[in-house]
Design a protein around this ligand. Structure first.
Ligand code: 2PG
Ligand code: MN
Ligand code: MN
Length: 556
């Protein structure tokens, strides 16, 4: 072991306790009211933890600058949340890094831009990604700047393949985003640049699957974007979205794929040999599958025929370990020496578990956007297969019980010093905007926590229960005074997105030393303070450059 990996013993906290780190996805703290699904739901376990305040329960920040986002108006999300939880430091995240690269013009000086520029003379530049101002996966203003920048640098023919959001932003907002984009494209056309929207579809139905839950999502996108084939054809994107949204139960997240055709019915922008492609999402999880389809010579997830020879670049490098994609416009945050890596180097045996839709959150994101094990001898990562092809309000309990049972077994096996889980319910069901189902989801997550805490009780261990950002605690769009905001028909507007709320952290269990408590001198603590805290609970001092620990042990 390299000397630098060795952690110093904690002066007061001993080693050898089993620690359960439970992340409730999308579980913030907010005022009790009818739109707070966590409050409405029967959650006796989480409620009982709160009784431990202030020494065993507190709130921590999970949004904005505390997790490396550009401003404190940016809601939290799983990527930045789990990065902060695992890495113990605050890194400028993709959203911020792309802002800086666009502002300084550096984005046009790197190898990634030079690579796609090779196609500008004779080919088309395709931009594929999520069209919204959510700031979780992408941002419209960045796309607007990029369009301006590439057209000033020689792009002559540009096609956009848009994915509508409604998950990080209000449902129905896709129309406004497409109008904004169409205005910009019209300006480019006046300057002699042939710029158009070529295809589209809802993010959850087209392209943006993650962790290989359902390749058919990516294939639907491929058919529209590359082959110019889709069940719906329109001559304008605005018309496409308006008509498809008028279907019963339609919403932005799940719009079917469509292609834009000219008057003769020919698709305006399939991807062909000699073209360049940029996927403009900065966040990795929901672009990795498409990146593989665009880049890998050997690929067997679906039939890509034809597989065009293109120059492809990601907005960011999406996976540092896989070097995926090979070319990218902006370098990702260099997250290194994460808590998981330190603990493994110090002999801590680790178990991590979630279901597919959140599996990469407690592994890939937790480990600083790195896939795979640090040391397979000491680690076991278990993925419970998620349901696919459904919206999660249909099955709001998801796999919470299975995750909890696997984790209980891991705790009781005595084979692990740390078990780490993500319970997806509050978040995944919260994103559907279905309040009743989200209440069921929160109850299921609470029951799962109980199973894990009972096992920790049995083995004399310690639990750390926290969350990565808010979602289920507030399901309505509010005005500045905090009142539900009504639309023009007087209806409340359902909030499908994450929130700016803080999240709870509770620490307890029979393994805790007497005199343990939360410090009171870290009032602004956030997710990045959790790693040092957990390292302490394993009996070590955290590395000196980590954000400070939230806990202390006082002599009674
Ligand atoms: O579903 C997702 O991709 C995001 C929201 O865009 O949610 P989370 O950050 O919780 O994964
Ligand atoms: Mn999350
Ligand atoms: Mn989410």
């Amino acid at each position: 072991m390299g000397e630098s990996w060795k952690l110093v013993d904690h002066p007061k906290l001993g080693k050898g306790k089993t620690i359960a780190v439970i992340v409730l996805d999308g579980w913030g703290e907010s005022n009790p009211n009818e739109y707070n699904c966590i409050h409405v739901a029967h959650t006796p376990t989480m409620d009982s933890l709160k009784n431990g305040a202030p020494h065993h329960w507190r709130l921590i920040k999970a949004h904005g600058k505390a997790v490396g986002l550009p401003t404190d108006d940016d809601m939290g999300n799983s990527e930045v949340g789990h990065n902060a939880l695992g890495a113990g430091r605050i890194y400028a995240q993709g959203a911020k890094l792309v802002d800086l690269a666009l502002a300084s013009g550096k984005i046009y000086e790197g190898q990634g831009f030079k690579y796609i520029k090779e196609s500008f003379q004779t080919g088309t530049l395709h931009l594929i990604g999520l069209l919204s101002d959510g700031g979780v996966h992408s941002r419209l203003d960045q796309v607007q700047l990029l369009l301006k920048g590439v057209s000033e640098r020689g792009a002559r023919r540009i096609r956009l393949h848009i994915l509508t959001d409604g998950r990080d932003v209000l449902d129905g907002s896709s129309i406004g985003f497409v109008e904004t984009l169409e205005n910009d494209l019209a300006v480019l056309r006046q300057k002699g640049i042939d710029a158009k929207i070529a295809s589209g579809g809802g993010r959850m139905n087209v392209t943006m699957d993650r962790y290989e839950n359902d390749w058919s999502v990516v294939k639907r996108g491929w058919d529209a974007q590359v082959l110019g084939e889709a069940p719906y054809k329109f001559t304008s994107a605005l018309e496409a979205i308006k008509k498809l949204r008028a279907e019963p139960k339609a919403n932005d997240q799940y719009l079917p794929p469509f292609v834009i055709v000219d008057e003769s019915g020919k698709p305006v922008g399939p991807i062909v040999d000699g073209d360049a492609v940029v996927t403009f999402n900065f966040r990795a999880d929901r672009m990795t599958m498409l990146a593989k389809a665009l880049e890998y010579e050997n690929f067997d997830k679906f039939d890509r025929v034809p597989y065009p020879k293109i120059n492809y670049a990601g907005m960011l490098e999406y996976d540092g370990e896989l070097k995926l994609p090979n070319h990218y416009l902006v370098s990702p945050p260099e997250i290194e020496r994460t808590s998981g890596e330190y603990l493994v180097h110090n002999g801590v045996r680790t178990f991590a578990c979630s279901e597919t839709v959140k599996f990469g959150h407690v592994t890939f994101f937790w480990n600083g956007n790195r896939s795979g094990y640090f040391n397979p001898e000491l680690e076991e990562y278990v993925e419970i297969p998620s349901d696919s092809g459904i919206t999660f309000n249909e099955q709001p309990k998801m796999k919470a019980l299975q995750i909890a049972e696997k984790t209980r077994d891991a705790i009781l096996s005595g084979k692990f010093d740390q078990v780490r889980v993500n319970l997806p319910n509050g978040d995944m069901v919260g994103h559907t905007g279905d309040i009743e189902a989200t209440v069921v989801a929160c109850k299921a997550a609470d029951e799962a926590v109980k199973i894990i805490l009972d096992a920790i009780e049995q083995v004399g261990g310690i639990y750390v229960v926290t969350a990565d950002h808010g979602n289920a605690e507030d399901m309505v769009k509010r005005d500045k005074t905090g009142k539900p905001q009504l639309d023009k028909n007087g209806n409340i507007q359902i909030l499908t997105s994450h929130t700016l709320e803080p999240v709870p952290i509770a620490i307890g269990g029979p393994g805790l030393s007497a005199g343990f408590r939360f410090r009171n001198d870290v009032p602004n603590g956030g997710l990045a303070n959790v790693a040092a805290t957990v390292i302490n609970l394993h009996g070590f001092e955290a590395p000196s450059d980590y954000e400070q620990t939230l806990i202390e042990v006082v002599d009674n």
